[in-house]
Design a protein around this ligand. Structure first.
Ligand SMILES: Cc1ncc(COP(=O)(O)O)c(C=O)c1O
Length: 481
Protein backbone atom coordinates (compact mmCIF):
# COMPACT_ATOMS: atom_id res chain seq x y z
CA UNK A 1 0.00 0.00 0.00
CA UNK A 2 2.83 2.34 0.73
CA UNK A 3 4.19 1.84 -2.77
CA UNK A 4 0.74 2.62 -4.09
CA UNK A 5 0.53 5.78 -2.03
CA UNK A 6 3.71 7.05 -3.62
CA UNK A 7 2.94 5.88 -7.13
CA UNK A 8 3.68 8.65 -9.64
CA UNK A 9 0.29 9.98 -10.61
CA UNK A 10 -0.75 10.09 -6.99
CA UNK A 11 1.90 12.72 -6.44
CA UNK A 12 2.60 15.80 -8.52
CA UNK A 13 3.92 14.78 -11.95
CA UNK A 14 7.64 15.50 -12.17
CA UNK A 15 8.37 18.54 -14.29
CA UNK A 16 4.98 20.10 -13.48
CA UNK A 17 5.48 23.83 -13.03
CA UNK A 18 1.97 24.75 -11.91
CA UNK A 19 2.06 23.06 -8.53
CA UNK A 20 -0.87 24.97 -7.07
CA UNK A 21 -2.96 24.36 -10.20
CA UNK A 22 -2.26 20.66 -9.90
CA UNK A 23 -3.30 20.74 -6.26
CA UNK A 24 -6.60 22.35 -7.17
CA UNK A 25 -7.25 19.56 -9.65
CA UNK A 26 -6.75 17.19 -6.74
CA UNK A 27 -9.55 18.62 -4.61
CA UNK A 28 -12.57 16.36 -4.45
CA UNK A 29 -15.70 18.37 -5.26
CA UNK A 30 -13.86 21.53 -6.25
CA UNK A 31 -16.17 21.97 -9.24
CA UNK A 32 -19.40 21.16 -7.37
CA UNK A 33 -22.13 23.65 -8.19
CA UNK A 34 -24.52 24.84 -5.51
CA UNK A 35 -28.00 26.36 -5.85
CA UNK A 36 -28.37 30.08 -5.15
CA UNK A 37 -31.39 31.93 -3.88
CA UNK A 38 -32.10 33.44 -7.30
CA UNK A 39 -32.57 29.96 -8.78
CA UNK A 40 -29.20 29.85 -10.55
CA UNK A 41 -26.22 27.67 -9.67
CA UNK A 42 -22.52 28.38 -9.39
CA UNK A 43 -19.33 26.55 -8.40
CA UNK A 44 -18.98 26.59 -4.64
CA UNK A 45 -16.27 28.79 -3.19
CA UNK A 46 -15.11 27.14 -0.03
CA UNK A 47 -13.37 29.48 2.40
CA UNK A 48 -13.73 27.60 5.67
CA UNK A 49 -10.61 25.48 5.44
CA UNK A 50 -9.57 26.33 9.00
CA UNK A 51 -12.54 24.27 10.15
CA UNK A 52 -12.11 21.33 7.77
CA UNK A 53 -10.57 20.95 4.36
CA UNK A 54 -11.96 18.94 1.47
CA UNK A 55 -10.16 15.70 0.59
CA UNK A 56 -7.37 15.33 -1.94
CA UNK A 57 -8.40 13.07 -4.81
CA UNK A 58 -5.17 11.11 -4.40
CA UNK A 59 -6.00 10.55 -0.74
CA UNK A 60 -9.37 9.18 -1.76
CA UNK A 61 -7.70 6.88 -4.27
CA UNK A 62 -5.28 5.69 -1.61
CA UNK A 63 -8.21 5.02 0.71
CA UNK A 64 -9.94 2.96 -1.99
CA UNK A 65 -6.77 0.97 -2.53
CA UNK A 66 -6.32 0.58 1.20
CA UNK A 67 -9.86 -0.80 1.47
CA UNK A 68 -9.10 -3.46 -1.15
CA UNK A 69 -6.47 -4.75 1.25
CA UNK A 70 -8.22 -3.76 4.45
CA UNK A 71 -8.22 -6.35 7.16
CA UNK A 72 -7.71 -6.79 10.90
CA UNK A 73 -4.56 -5.11 12.18
CA UNK A 74 -1.93 -6.23 14.67
CA UNK A 75 -3.55 -9.47 15.73
CA UNK A 76 -4.51 -10.93 12.35
CA UNK A 77 -2.18 -13.45 10.70
CA UNK A 78 -3.30 -13.52 7.05
CA UNK A 79 -1.63 -11.65 4.21
CA UNK A 80 -4.15 -8.82 4.18
CA UNK A 81 -3.71 -8.39 7.93
CA UNK A 82 0.01 -8.12 7.45
CA UNK A 83 -0.49 -5.44 4.81
CA UNK A 84 -2.95 -3.46 6.95
CA UNK A 85 -0.63 -3.65 9.95
CA UNK A 86 2.34 -2.61 7.85
CA UNK A 87 0.42 0.31 6.35
CA UNK A 88 -0.74 1.49 9.75
CA UNK A 89 2.76 1.41 11.20
CA UNK A 90 4.14 3.05 8.06
CA UNK A 91 1.64 5.88 8.52
CA UNK A 92 3.17 6.61 11.93
CA UNK A 93 6.60 6.96 10.37
CA UNK A 94 5.28 9.38 7.75
CA UNK A 95 3.68 11.55 10.45
CA UNK A 96 6.80 11.48 12.64
CA UNK A 97 8.95 12.58 9.75
CA UNK A 98 6.48 15.30 8.75
CA UNK A 99 6.83 17.07 12.10
CA UNK A 100 10.59 16.61 12.33
CA UNK A 101 10.29 14.08 15.16
CA UNK A 102 13.04 11.70 16.17
CA UNK A 103 11.92 8.22 15.10
CA UNK A 104 13.77 6.55 17.96
CA UNK A 105 12.84 8.94 20.71
CA UNK A 106 9.31 9.85 19.67
CA UNK A 107 6.11 7.97 19.12
CA UNK A 108 3.04 8.86 17.11
CA UNK A 109 -0.28 8.02 18.75
CA UNK A 110 -3.26 8.02 16.45
CA UNK A 111 -6.64 9.18 17.67
CA UNK A 112 -9.65 11.03 16.37
CA UNK A 113 -8.34 14.58 16.21
CA UNK A 114 -6.42 17.31 18.01
CA UNK A 115 -9.07 17.62 20.69
CA UNK A 116 -8.73 13.97 21.61
CA UNK A 117 -4.93 14.21 21.50
CA UNK A 118 -4.81 17.13 23.93
CA UNK A 119 -7.37 15.57 26.26
CA UNK A 120 -5.27 12.41 26.34
CA UNK A 121 -2.14 14.37 27.05
CA UNK A 122 -3.75 16.46 29.77
CA UNK A 123 -4.74 13.23 31.47
CA UNK A 124 -1.46 11.39 30.87
CA UNK A 125 0.96 14.18 31.70
CA UNK A 126 0.52 13.50 35.41
CA UNK A 127 -0.34 16.91 36.80
CA UNK A 128 -0.72 17.26 40.54
CA UNK A 129 -2.55 19.67 42.84
CA UNK A 130 -0.75 23.02 42.81
CA UNK A 131 0.62 22.54 39.29
CA UNK A 132 0.04 25.27 36.76
CA UNK A 133 -0.51 25.01 33.02
CA UNK A 134 0.38 28.21 31.25
CA UNK A 135 -1.51 28.71 28.03
CA UNK A 136 -2.60 31.78 26.07
CA UNK A 137 -5.83 33.64 25.67
CA UNK A 138 -5.76 32.98 21.94
CA UNK A 139 -6.23 29.22 22.20
CA UNK A 140 -8.95 27.13 20.65
CA UNK A 141 -11.04 25.69 23.50
CA UNK A 142 -9.45 22.32 22.74
CA UNK A 143 -6.10 23.58 24.04
CA UNK A 144 -7.57 25.20 27.11
CA UNK A 145 -10.50 23.26 28.57
CA UNK A 146 -8.71 19.86 28.81
CA UNK A 147 -6.03 21.48 30.99
CA UNK A 148 -8.57 23.11 33.30
CA UNK A 149 -9.68 19.69 34.52
CA UNK A 150 -6.17 18.78 35.59
CA UNK A 151 -4.51 21.93 36.91
CA UNK A 152 -4.74 25.62 37.53
CA UNK A 153 -4.68 27.23 34.11
CA UNK A 154 -3.14 30.65 33.62
CA UNK A 155 -3.50 32.58 30.36
CA UNK A 156 -0.89 34.83 28.78
CA UNK A 157 -2.55 37.84 27.22
CA UNK A 158 -2.60 39.40 23.77
CA UNK A 159 -2.45 42.96 22.49
CA UNK A 160 -5.23 44.78 20.65
CA UNK A 161 -4.24 43.11 17.39
CA UNK A 162 -4.47 39.70 18.97
CA UNK A 163 -0.69 39.26 19.02
CA UNK A 164 0.65 37.25 21.95
CA UNK A 165 2.13 39.41 24.69
CA UNK A 166 5.48 37.69 25.20
CA UNK A 167 6.31 39.90 28.17
CA UNK A 168 3.15 38.75 29.88
CA UNK A 169 4.07 35.14 29.14
CA UNK A 170 7.50 35.63 30.66
CA UNK A 171 6.02 37.47 33.62
CA UNK A 172 3.65 34.58 34.32
CA UNK A 173 6.44 32.04 34.00
CA UNK A 174 8.30 34.01 36.70
CA UNK A 175 5.22 34.56 38.84
CA UNK A 176 4.39 30.85 38.94
CA UNK A 177 8.00 29.76 38.88
CA UNK A 178 8.44 26.13 39.92
CA UNK A 179 4.72 25.42 39.47
CA UNK A 180 4.39 25.72 35.69
CA UNK A 181 4.61 22.13 34.48
CA UNK A 182 3.25 22.67 31.00
CA UNK A 183 3.20 25.52 28.53
CA UNK A 184 0.48 24.79 25.99
CA UNK A 185 0.36 27.13 23.01
CA UNK A 186 -1.11 27.12 19.57
CA UNK A 187 1.12 27.05 16.53
CA UNK A 188 -1.37 29.32 14.77
CA UNK A 189 -4.62 31.00 15.74
CA UNK A 190 -7.81 29.78 14.14
CA UNK A 191 -9.23 33.31 14.51
CA UNK A 192 -6.57 35.74 13.35
CA UNK A 193 -4.15 33.32 11.72
CA UNK A 194 -1.42 34.75 13.94
CA UNK A 195 1.53 32.39 14.39
CA UNK A 196 3.13 32.96 17.78
CA UNK A 197 6.91 32.38 18.08
CA UNK A 198 6.42 28.83 19.23
CA UNK A 199 10.12 27.99 19.48
CA UNK A 200 10.88 31.10 21.52
CA UNK A 201 8.00 30.11 23.81
CA UNK A 202 9.55 26.63 24.06
CA UNK A 203 12.91 28.11 25.00
CA UNK A 204 11.37 30.14 27.81
CA UNK A 205 9.22 27.24 29.00
CA UNK A 206 12.18 24.85 29.12
CA UNK A 207 14.25 27.40 31.01
CA UNK A 208 11.51 27.24 33.66
CA UNK A 209 11.41 23.45 33.65
CA UNK A 210 8.08 23.12 31.84
CA UNK A 211 7.07 20.80 29.02
CA UNK A 212 5.87 22.36 25.77
CA UNK A 213 2.71 21.32 23.99
CA UNK A 214 2.17 22.78 20.52
CA UNK A 215 -1.36 22.65 19.15
CA UNK A 216 -0.57 22.39 15.46
CA UNK A 217 -4.13 21.80 14.22
CA UNK A 218 -3.96 25.07 12.24
CA UNK A 219 -0.24 25.28 11.59
CA UNK A 220 0.46 21.82 10.19
CA UNK A 221 -1.55 22.14 6.94
CA UNK A 222 0.16 25.42 6.06
CA UNK A 223 3.71 25.61 7.41
CA UNK A 224 6.53 23.24 8.16
CA UNK A 225 6.26 21.96 11.72
CA UNK A 226 9.63 21.12 13.18
CA UNK A 227 9.85 19.66 16.67
CA UNK A 228 13.65 20.19 16.57
CA UNK A 229 16.11 17.83 18.27
CA UNK A 230 15.14 16.51 21.67
CA UNK A 231 17.31 18.36 24.14
CA UNK A 232 17.54 21.55 22.07
CA UNK A 233 16.31 24.40 24.29
CA UNK A 234 13.65 25.39 21.75
CA UNK A 235 12.31 21.95 20.85
CA UNK A 236 8.63 21.05 21.08
CA UNK A 237 7.88 18.21 23.49
CA UNK A 238 4.44 17.38 22.09
CA UNK A 239 2.63 18.17 18.88
CA UNK A 240 -1.02 17.51 18.04
CA UNK A 241 -2.72 17.70 14.64
CA UNK A 242 -5.89 16.68 12.78
CA UNK A 243 -6.23 14.90 9.43
CA UNK A 244 -9.52 16.58 8.55
CA UNK A 245 -7.74 19.94 8.42
CA UNK A 246 -5.08 18.43 6.13
CA UNK A 247 -7.09 17.18 3.15
CA UNK A 248 -7.65 13.79 4.78
CA UNK A 249 -11.08 13.90 6.45
CA UNK A 250 -11.18 10.26 7.48
CA UNK A 251 -11.34 10.58 11.24
CA UNK A 252 -7.70 10.52 12.30
CA UNK A 253 -5.51 12.89 14.24
CA UNK A 254 -2.12 12.41 15.85
CA UNK A 255 -0.29 13.12 19.07
CA UNK A 256 3.48 13.04 18.78
CA UNK A 257 5.69 13.01 21.85
CA UNK A 258 8.54 11.23 23.64
CA UNK A 259 8.04 7.43 23.65
CA UNK A 260 9.62 7.27 27.09
CA UNK A 261 7.00 9.62 28.47
CA UNK A 262 4.17 7.24 27.60
CA UNK A 263 5.93 4.34 29.31
CA UNK A 264 4.95 5.98 32.59
CA UNK A 265 1.60 5.27 34.15
CA UNK A 266 -1.54 3.78 32.71
CA UNK A 267 -3.65 4.90 29.76
CA UNK A 268 -6.99 6.64 30.27
CA UNK A 269 -8.78 4.20 27.97
CA UNK A 270 -8.12 0.55 28.61
CA UNK A 271 -9.00 -2.55 26.67
CA UNK A 272 -7.98 -4.51 23.62
CA UNK A 273 -4.55 -3.80 22.19
CA UNK A 274 -3.19 -1.92 25.21
CA UNK A 275 -1.56 -4.74 27.14
CA UNK A 276 1.28 -7.26 27.11
CA UNK A 277 -0.37 -9.67 29.49
CA UNK A 278 -3.46 -9.77 31.69
CA UNK A 279 -4.54 -12.19 34.40
CA UNK A 280 -7.45 -11.70 36.74
CA UNK A 281 -4.94 -10.26 39.19
CA UNK A 282 -2.43 -8.39 37.04
CA UNK A 283 -2.09 -6.11 34.02
CA UNK A 284 1.13 -5.37 32.18
CA UNK A 285 0.73 -2.50 29.76
CA UNK A 286 2.17 -2.75 26.26
CA UNK A 287 4.87 -0.38 25.08
CA UNK A 288 3.70 2.88 23.52
CA UNK A 289 2.08 3.60 21.16
CA UNK A 290 -0.07 0.45 21.61
CA UNK A 291 -0.70 1.25 25.26
CA UNK A 292 -2.31 4.53 24.20
CA UNK A 293 -4.59 3.23 21.45
CA UNK A 294 -7.30 1.16 23.09
CA UNK A 295 -9.57 -0.80 20.78
CA UNK A 296 -9.39 -1.34 17.04
CA UNK A 297 -7.62 1.55 15.36
CA UNK A 298 -8.74 3.61 12.38
CA UNK A 299 -6.31 2.17 9.83
CA UNK A 300 -7.97 3.88 6.89
CA UNK A 301 -7.82 7.27 8.57
CA UNK A 302 -4.14 6.89 9.44
CA UNK A 303 -3.26 5.82 5.90
CA UNK A 304 -5.28 8.74 4.52
CA UNK A 305 -3.42 11.21 6.74
CA UNK A 306 -0.07 9.78 5.65
CA UNK A 307 -1.10 9.88 1.98
CA UNK A 308 -2.05 13.52 2.33
CA UNK A 309 1.26 14.31 3.99
CA UNK A 310 3.03 12.66 1.07
CA UNK A 311 1.17 14.95 -1.30
CA UNK A 312 1.99 18.05 0.74
CA UNK A 313 5.63 16.98 0.87
CA UNK A 314 5.72 16.45 -2.87
CA UNK A 315 4.50 20.02 -3.41
CA UNK A 316 6.69 21.48 -0.67
CA UNK A 317 5.38 23.36 2.35
CA UNK A 318 7.24 26.50 1.24
CA UNK A 319 5.37 26.47 -2.09
CA UNK A 320 2.06 26.26 -0.23
CA UNK A 321 3.11 29.00 2.17
CA UNK A 322 4.06 31.32 -0.70
CA UNK A 323 0.74 30.77 -2.44
CA UNK A 324 -1.30 31.25 0.72
CA UNK A 325 0.70 34.37 1.63
CA UNK A 326 -0.16 35.78 -1.78
CA UNK A 327 -3.87 35.07 -1.27
CA UNK A 328 -3.80 36.56 2.22
CA UNK A 329 -2.05 39.74 1.10
CA UNK A 330 -4.49 40.10 -1.78
CA UNK A 331 -7.56 39.60 0.43
CA UNK A 332 -6.31 42.03 3.07
CA UNK A 333 -5.62 44.63 0.43
CA UNK A 334 -9.08 44.22 -1.13
CA UNK A 335 -10.82 44.32 2.25
CA UNK A 336 -8.93 47.46 3.26
CA UNK A 337 -10.80 49.26 0.48
CA UNK A 338 -14.23 48.46 1.92
CA UNK A 339 -14.88 51.08 4.61
CA UNK A 340 -17.51 49.04 6.43
CA UNK A 341 -15.18 46.07 6.88
CA UNK A 342 -12.92 45.89 9.89
CA UNK A 343 -10.26 43.18 9.96
CA UNK A 344 -9.10 41.77 13.30
CA UNK A 345 -5.48 40.70 13.68
CA UNK A 346 -2.37 41.66 11.78
CA UNK A 347 -3.36 43.28 8.49
CA UNK A 348 -0.06 44.91 7.59
CA UNK A 349 1.07 43.41 4.24
CA UNK A 350 4.68 43.62 5.48
CA UNK A 351 3.88 41.20 8.30
CA UNK A 352 2.46 38.28 6.37
CA UNK A 353 5.20 36.04 7.75
CA UNK A 354 3.59 36.31 11.17
CA UNK A 355 0.28 34.86 10.11
CA UNK A 356 -1.64 32.31 8.07
CA UNK A 357 -4.47 32.84 5.62
CA UNK A 358 -7.15 32.97 8.29
CA UNK A 359 -8.83 36.38 8.18
CA UNK A 360 -11.61 37.41 10.57
CA UNK A 361 -13.59 40.59 10.12
CA UNK A 362 -16.81 42.41 10.94
CA UNK A 363 -19.12 44.37 8.68
CA UNK A 364 -20.40 47.55 10.24
CA UNK A 365 -24.10 47.45 11.07
CA UNK A 366 -24.72 43.91 9.84
CA UNK A 367 -24.66 40.89 12.18
CA UNK A 368 -21.90 38.38 11.42
CA UNK A 369 -24.50 35.62 11.03
CA UNK A 370 -26.35 37.57 8.41
CA UNK A 371 -23.19 38.37 6.45
CA UNK A 372 -22.25 34.69 6.41
CA UNK A 373 -25.78 33.69 5.35
CA UNK A 374 -25.89 36.15 2.45
CA UNK A 375 -22.48 34.98 1.26
CA UNK A 376 -23.71 31.40 1.42
CA UNK A 377 -27.24 31.63 0.05
CA UNK A 378 -26.60 34.29 -2.57
CA UNK A 379 -22.91 33.95 -3.36
CA UNK A 380 -22.35 30.20 -3.01
CA UNK A 381 -19.50 30.99 -0.62
CA UNK A 382 -18.75 28.94 2.48
CA UNK A 383 -17.32 30.97 5.35
CA UNK A 384 -17.76 30.66 9.10
CA UNK A 385 -19.11 33.13 11.63
CA UNK A 386 -19.29 33.32 15.39
CA UNK A 387 -16.60 32.78 17.99
CA UNK A 388 -14.82 29.81 16.36
CA UNK A 389 -14.41 27.86 19.63
CA UNK A 390 -12.12 30.58 20.92
CA UNK A 391 -14.42 32.63 23.15
CA UNK A 392 -11.77 34.23 25.41
CA UNK A 393 -9.85 35.46 22.35
CA UNK A 394 -12.91 36.80 20.53
CA UNK A 395 -14.20 38.55 23.65
CA UNK A 396 -10.78 40.18 24.03
CA UNK A 397 -10.58 41.21 20.36
CA UNK A 398 -14.08 42.69 20.49
CA UNK A 399 -13.48 44.13 23.96
CA UNK A 400 -16.60 42.49 25.36
CA UNK A 401 -16.57 42.56 29.14
CA UNK A 402 -18.46 43.59 32.26
CA UNK A 403 -22.17 44.24 31.84
CA UNK A 404 -22.04 43.63 28.08
CA UNK A 405 -20.61 40.18 28.65
CA UNK A 406 -23.17 39.48 31.39
CA UNK A 407 -25.97 40.40 28.99
CA UNK A 408 -24.67 38.01 26.33
CA UNK A 409 -24.23 35.28 28.88
CA UNK A 410 -27.79 35.56 30.14
CA UNK A 411 -29.13 35.41 26.61
CA UNK A 412 -27.09 32.32 25.66
CA UNK A 413 -28.04 30.54 28.84
CA UNK A 414 -31.69 31.22 28.03
CA UNK A 415 -31.12 29.69 24.55
CA UNK A 416 -31.18 32.98 22.68
CA UNK A 417 -28.25 33.24 20.28
CA UNK A 418 -29.70 35.99 18.14
CA UNK A 419 -27.28 38.73 19.10
CA UNK A 420 -24.07 37.04 20.06
CA UNK A 421 -20.73 38.71 19.53
CA UNK A 422 -18.63 37.23 16.78
CA UNK A 423 -16.87 37.73 13.49
CA UNK A 424 -16.93 36.42 9.95
CA UNK A 425 -13.95 34.22 9.08
CA UNK A 426 -12.39 33.45 5.74
CA UNK A 427 -9.70 30.77 5.73
CA UNK A 428 -7.71 29.56 2.76
CA UNK A 429 -6.61 26.14 1.68
CA UNK A 430 -3.74 25.50 -0.68
CA UNK A 431 -6.10 25.33 -3.67
CA UNK A 432 -7.96 28.65 -3.34
CA UNK A 433 -7.48 31.30 -6.00
CA UNK A 434 -7.52 35.07 -6.51
CA UNK A 435 -10.71 34.91 -8.66
CA UNK A 436 -12.45 33.28 -5.69
CA UNK A 437 -11.37 36.25 -3.56
CA UNK A 438 -12.71 38.61 -6.23
CA UNK A 439 -16.07 36.88 -6.01
CA UNK A 440 -16.04 37.12 -2.21
CA UNK A 441 -15.22 40.80 -2.31
CA UNK A 442 -17.92 41.51 -4.91
CA UNK A 443 -20.44 39.75 -2.69
CA UNK A 444 -19.26 41.67 0.38
CA UNK A 445 -19.76 44.89 -1.54
CA UNK A 446 -23.32 43.76 -2.25
CA UNK A 447 -23.84 42.99 1.42
CA UNK A 448 -22.57 46.42 2.44
CA UNK A 449 -24.67 48.26 -0.16
CA UNK A 450 -27.80 46.30 0.79
CA UNK A 451 -27.99 44.85 -2.71
CA UNK A 452 -28.91 41.35 -1.58
CA UNK A 453 -32.26 39.73 -2.27
CA UNK A 454 -33.15 37.50 0.64
CA UNK A 455 -35.41 38.33 3.51
CA UNK A 456 -33.34 36.95 6.38
CA UNK A 457 -34.86 35.78 9.66
CA UNK A 458 -32.70 34.74 12.57
CA UNK A 459 -33.43 31.48 14.38
CA UNK A 460 -33.49 32.16 18.12
CA UNK A 461 -31.85 28.98 19.39
CA UNK A 462 -29.04 28.68 16.83
CA UNK A 463 -28.50 32.27 15.77
CA UNK A 464 -28.56 31.02 12.15
CA UNK A 465 -29.98 33.35 9.51
CA UNK A 466 -32.36 31.73 7.00
CA UNK A 467 -33.81 33.56 4.04
CA UNK A 468 -37.59 33.07 4.03
CA UNK A 469 -37.38 32.20 0.31
CA UNK A 470 -35.21 29.13 1.01
CA UNK A 471 -36.89 25.73 1.17
CA UNK A 472 -34.84 23.47 3.53
CA UNK A 473 -36.30 20.41 1.74
CA UNK A 474 -33.82 21.25 -1.03
CA UNK A 475 -31.06 19.90 1.21
CA UNK A 476 -32.54 16.39 1.04
CA UNK A 477 -31.74 16.19 -2.66
CA UNK A 478 -28.04 16.55 -1.86
CA UNK A 479 -27.69 14.40 1.23
CA UNK A 480 -26.20 11.09 0.03
CA UNK A 481 -27.91 8.81 2.55
C1 LIG B 1 -6.05 25.84 16.73
C2 LIG B 1 -6.99 24.69 16.85
N1 LIG B 1 -6.78 23.78 17.80
C3 LIG B 1 -7.56 22.71 17.95
C4 LIG B 1 -8.65 22.53 17.14
C5 LIG B 1 -9.51 21.32 17.34
O1 LIG B 1 -9.35 20.47 16.25
P1 LIG B 1 -10.27 19.19 16.09
O2 LIG B 1 -11.66 19.69 16.00
O3 LIG B 1 -9.79 18.58 14.84
O4 LIG B 1 -10.04 18.36 17.27
C6 LIG B 1 -8.92 23.44 16.13
C7 LIG B 1 -10.11 23.28 15.27
O5 LIG B 1 -10.56 24.20 14.62
C8 LIG B 1 -8.07 24.55 15.98
O6 LIG B 1 -8.28 25.46 15.03
Amino acid sequence: MNELASTPGRLIPSGSTDRVGWLRSQIVGVDAEVPLLDGTRRPYVYLDNAASTPAFRCVLETVEECLRWYSSVHRGAGFKSLISTHAYERAREVVLEFVGADRDAHTCIFGKNTTEAINKLAYRIGLEPGDVVLTTIMEHHSNDLPWRVQAEVVHAGVDRQGVLDMEDLERKLELYSGRVKVVAATGASNVTGYTPPIHRIAELAHAHGALVVADCAQLAPHRKVDMRPVGAPDHLDFVALSGHKMYAPFGTGALIGPRQFFRRGAPEYRGGGTIDIVTVDEVYWADPPDREEAGSPNVVGAVALAASIQVLNSIGMEVLATHERDLTGYLLERLSRIDAVEVYGISDPQRLDERLGVVSFSVKGIPHGKVAAILGFEGGIGVRNGCFCAHPYILRLLDVRGATYDGYKLRVLSHDRTELPGLVRVSFGCYNTRPEIDHLVAMLERVVSGGYQGDYQVERESGFYWPTQFDPALLDAYVPI
